[in-house]
Write a protein that binds this ligand. Structure first.
Ligand SMILES: Nc1ncnc2c1ncn2[C@@H]1O[C@H](COP(=O)(O)OP(=O)(O)OP(=O)(O)O)[C@@H](O)[C@H]1O
Length: 231
C-alpha cells in the first residue's frame, strides 16, 4: 500500500536518449521537510517537475495522498492539481510580465473559478503575509525586484493552501534576509497546515537549517541505465 504523502514511485524520465531519472523513489510525508541534493544535471529539477505533476514520467508514477496520479497537471481535476505547489528559482520566468502582482498572486484562484473580488482580497492577505507592501501590488514584474517578485510567487504558491510545496532553488538568488523571511513564511504555513515540503538547494547551510531529512540523487551520466533509487 502506498503511504500518505507525496511520492515518486520508480520514476523514470528520459529526454531523447538521455535517461535522467532511473527508477527513482522519493517520499515526502505530510508536515516534513525533505531536502533533495545532487550534482548539477542529476535530475533534481526534473524530479521536482514530476512531483509537481507538470511532467508525466515515462515509467513509474507519482502517488498523492496514497493514490496514484495518472497524467500531467492540465488533465487533472483542480482538487488534485492544487494539492501540490511549486516555487522555481527564477520568478521572472514564472510570471506573466503583463500582470500586476495582485493578479499574479490571484491567478490560481481565478483559474479555479473564485469570484474576482474574493480572489483579490485573498491576494492582498497573502501579499501581506509574504511581506509585500500595498504600494507594490499594482506594479508589474518589470517594476519590482527579483526578491519582491519571488515573494509574490510564494504567495501565489500558497494561495490554495497546498498539501505539498516544492521549492526548487527558490531562494538561490535572494539576499540572506529575504531568504530567511521566505523560509520563515513556508515554515509557518507548514506548521499551520501540515504541509510537506521538498527543498532543492546547492546551499549546504540552507539545507542543514531547513531540511529534517536529506535525500541524495546520484549523478546521471546520460545514457546509462543504472539503478537510480534514492532512500
Ligand atoms: N526539457 C529538456 N529537454 C532536454 N533535456 C533536458 C530538459 N530538461 C533537462 N534536461 C537535461 O536533463 C538533465 C537533468 O536536468 P535537471 O535540470 O533536472 O538537473 P538538476 O539536477 O536540476 O541540475 P542543476 O542542479 O544544474 O539545476 C540535464 O542534463 C539537462 O540538460
Amino acid at each position: 500500500m502506498t503511504p500518505a504523502g507525496l511520492a515518486a514511485c520508480q520514476v523514470t524520465v528520459s529526454y531523447g536518449r538521455q535517461r535522467v531519472l532511473d527508477r527513482v523513489d522519493l517520499h515526502v510525508a505530510p508536515g516534513e521537510t525533505v531536502g533533495l541534493r545532487g550534482p548539477s544535471g542529476s535530475g533534481k529539477s526534473t524530479l521536482a517537475r514530476v512531483l509537481a505533476l507538470l511532467h508525466a514520467p515515462d515509467a513509474g508514477h507519482v502517488s498523492l495522498d496514497g493514490q496514484p496520479v495518472a497524467g500531467a497537471r492540465h488533465r487533472l481535476p483542480a482538487a488534485v492539481r492544487t494539492r501540490v505547489a511549486v516555487l522555481f528559482q527564477s520568478p521572472r520566468a514564472a510570471t506573466d510580465p503583463r500582470l500586476s502582482l495582485t493578479d499574479i498572486i490571484a491567478e490560481p484562484l481565478r483559474a479555479t473559478g473564485t469570484p474576482p473580488e474574493r480572489a483579490r482580497d485573498r491576494a492582498v492577505e497573502l501579499a501581506d503575509m509574504v511581506g509585500l507592501t500595498p504600494d507594490l501590488l499594482t506594479r508589474r514584474p518589470h517594476a519590482v525586484s527579483d526578491g519582491q517578485l519571488q515573494r509574490a510567487c510564494l504567495a501565489r504558491a500558497l494561495v490554495h493552501q497546498p498539501g505539498y510545496l516544492i521549492c526548487d532553488e527558490a531562494t538561490a538568488m535572494l539576499d540572506a534576509s529575504t531568504q530567511a523571511h521566505l523560509a520563515g513564511v513556508v515554515t509557518a504555513h507548514q506548521r499551520q497546515h501540515g504541509t510537506g515540503v521538498l527543498v532543492i538547494t546547492h546551499d549546504p547551510a540552507l539545507m542543514a537549517r531547513w531540511a529534517t531529512r536529506v535525500v541524495d540523487l546520484p549523478a546521471s551520466d546520460g545514457i546509462r541505465s543504472a539503478t537510480g533509487s534514492v532512500h
